[in-house]
Design a protein around this ligand. Structure first.
Ligand code: G6P
Ligand code: MN
Length: 426
């Protein structure tokens, strides 16, 4: 199933993982082209050199092309893999710090940080979808650009393009829960909700249902140490309290004040930590790209991120009908959310894209929270498309972590000013 895959944001530090994913499926993708595009020419050059070297070392029948204009990268594409950060890490640093001054968590996808990221990402995606309408109307956007669900919503409702929203968190969260519950590999969890806001009350081990109430009560729940994005101790504590399996980002909702204190006590934001490591990271990639058998760093965005995206592409291209947890239009899969909502649920992915599996109602302890987050996301997509400050304020007021009109207004004003170069719609 040779395909033309445009990679928008191909200079991203996550590209080595994507190439690993492609090489993993090299036989299925034989004859394919990776059309790489990025506005950061130097990063694009390093990554395409690495990609060509890895393809050559593997002996794969894959062509890597680089593009400095969007349209030729998109032309006749079968898939448009979007993996960029509008405004880059400097903008992320603002997303992580502006809300903190108001006592609200500073996180790139949750709360006001995610709100401003949406305002920056959506116009770029709409521009891509607009160009695709002319040069690649049947292509699928396979989107990693965050906030992936809001981006998916805006593109679906306002551009009508085919889009599937990805986030690989469910892969790692499933592994974390298997460890916490002391289960062997092979756990399948019915994650349901919204991106970075999923829950589960059903799971199976090799097809056999697990009694989660008993498992949560009986398991030793010995948590591993926390990483920047996953805190197994808090997941375990919350899972027991709610009687559910929870997403690693649930801490931002249920340990909010504690996280704010931690973030304030830390000298740097996550964006600053990444900015500090990136020069050495790209240097390592550039060095490896010159070697006959390149071994790029797996420090960030190593395996699962890229493999997941490539597997989804192969599932659509080859009509494989495989089960993945992805973001798509609800269509009744979650009874507690409107049919047009973008939800994150297990889907069967084949030629027609994702078909969500029926999940039922959201668990009561998190139903109201999830519904509120959905209303916030819907309004955020509207505000991001229309550049409407009135809807923007309504979106922030709808967010469950913002309980004060003055706080919402202060954050909105600070963010609109700080990000003005990336918000042409306002
Ligand atoms: C997790 C989230 C992604 C997010 C990433 C950030 O994987 O699911 O949506 O982009 O973390 O990782 P970083 O290394 O940039 O902090
Ligand atoms: Mn994610």
């Amino acid at each position: 199933m040779a395909a033309r895959i445009a990679i928008i944001g191909a200079g991203s530090g996550y590209l080595p993982g994507v190439i690993r994913g492609v090489l993993h499926r090299a036989d299925d993708l034989a004859g394919s082209e990776l059309a790489c595009y990025d506005i950061h020419e130097d990063h694009l050059a390093i990554m395409t050199r690495l990609a060509r070297a890895m393809v050559k070392a593997h002996g794969a029948d894959i062509t890597v092309t680089d593009h400095h204009h969007l349209e030729p990268a998109l032309a006749d594409a079968d898939f448009v893999f979007t993996t960029f950060r509008s405004g880059g890490l400097p903008a992320r640093r603002l997303d992580e710090s502006i809300p903190l001054a108001y006592g609200v968590i500073g996180q790139e996808t949750i709360g006001p940080g995610g709100f401003f990221m949406a305002l920056r990402s959506v116009p770029v995606l709409l521009d891509i979808a607009g160009t695709m309408a002319r040069v690649a109307p049947d292509a699928w956007i396979v989107n990693y650009t965050n906030p992936t669900n809001v981006v998916t919503d805006a593109v679906t409702r306002y551009a009508g393009a085919n889009i599937i929203g990805l986030c690989d968190q469910w892969v790692g969260d499933t592994e974390t829960w298997a460890e916490l519950l002391g289960l062997p590999p092979g756990l399948e969890i019915d994650w349901m909700g919204l991106n970075h806001c999923t829950w589960a009350e059903r799971a199976r081990l090799h097809g056999t249902p697990i009694d989660l109430t008993n498992a949560l009560a009986a398991a030793p729940l010995t948590p591993a140490a926390a990483t920047p994005h996953r805190d197994p101790a808090r997941m375990a504590e919350l899972g027991r309290a709610l009687g559910l399996l929870v997403n690693s980002y649930s801490k931002y909702y249920f340990f909010h004040d504690e996280v704010v204190r931690e973030q304030r006590a830390k000298a740097t934001t996550r964006a600053e930590d990444i900015m500090a490591m990136l020069p050495a990271y790209y240097e390592q990639i550039a060095t490896e790209a010159e070697k006959p058998d390149p071994r790029p760093s797996t420090e960030r965005g190593g395996g699962e991120h890229g493999e997941f995206a490539v597997d989804v592409i192969c599932a659509i291209a080859g009509d494989e009908r495989r089960r993945f947890v992805v973001n798509t239009v609800n269509r009744g899969a979650i009874a507690s959310l409107e049919p047009a909502a973008i939800v994150e649920v297990p889907c069967v992915v084949g030629r027609d894209g994702p078909t969500p599996l029926t999940m039922g109602a959201l668990p009561r302890p998190v139903r109201g929270l999830t519904q509120a987050v959905h209303e916030y996301e819907w309004l955020t997509a509207d505000a991001a498309v229309r550049g409407d400050p009135v809807i923007a304020l309504q979106a922030l007021l709808a967010h469950p972590l913002i309980n004060d009109k003055k706080v919402a207004e202060g954050i909105l004003l600070d963010g609109l000013v700080a990000h003005r170069d990336h918000l042409p719609q306002f």
